[in-house]
Design a binder for this molecule. Sequence first.
Ligand SMILES: [Mg+2]
Length: 242
Amino acid sequence: MNDLILLIDVDGTVIVPRDEVQDDQGPQFLEHRLLALMCELASGDAGMNRQEAEQRIRQHFSEKTWWEWEEFLDVLGLSPATFWPIADADGLQYVQPRDQALASCLQQLKDVGYRLMVTSNNPVCGIRHKLRLAGIDDSRQDDLFEQILATSVIEAMKWDEIYWQRVVKRLNVHPSQLIVIGDTWHDDVVMPGQVGIERRLWLHNESTDQVAQQLANADTTITPATSWPEVVAMLCRLGSSL
Ligand SMILES: [Mg+2]
């Protein structure tokens, strides 16, 4: 154990759109698919008409800010055990792991002593769904990740400084023990930096010029990377230098 905690983002970092899927589907595409599937199943098996299903979903959204997907299943009378395998099969048509070696990269990081946690603008069961789409099943998730710092747990979004303040407080560690790994400049690099988390691995998709431009005025503790094997190599070097 090296006492360092990796805070790992999900969308764009562990899963990306499949090559054949248009990227213009938008970042919330998988969430819209989940809602559409719920409505389909509720109006099929559960015998509810579609309008009523949509109305119940809208109602729940208006009542709860920090919700879990399973609450929507509950208001629609759907069973999680039936729903998630269908949702997983559906989601696999649209996304894939960012790297085919993702699961073994995460295992390697854990094996060399890093503590792994998930940070994402998703509720817990949405994160679990997406990790399964990245090829990491539930029992492997339990084995790899110590905590899932979901929006439903932290009650804030990553683009808000308060999310990162709460993460630091919840983990009860000095920010120097934390390393953020994520693809979004604002959420995964700028915001954690505001609360004193200096080490950030920016897993980007930008051109060399754009990266140079972005880093020109940024601090030196931001490390750009383009793949998970590259992240593992950097972190293994860091781990052995401590
Ligand atoms: Mg992301």
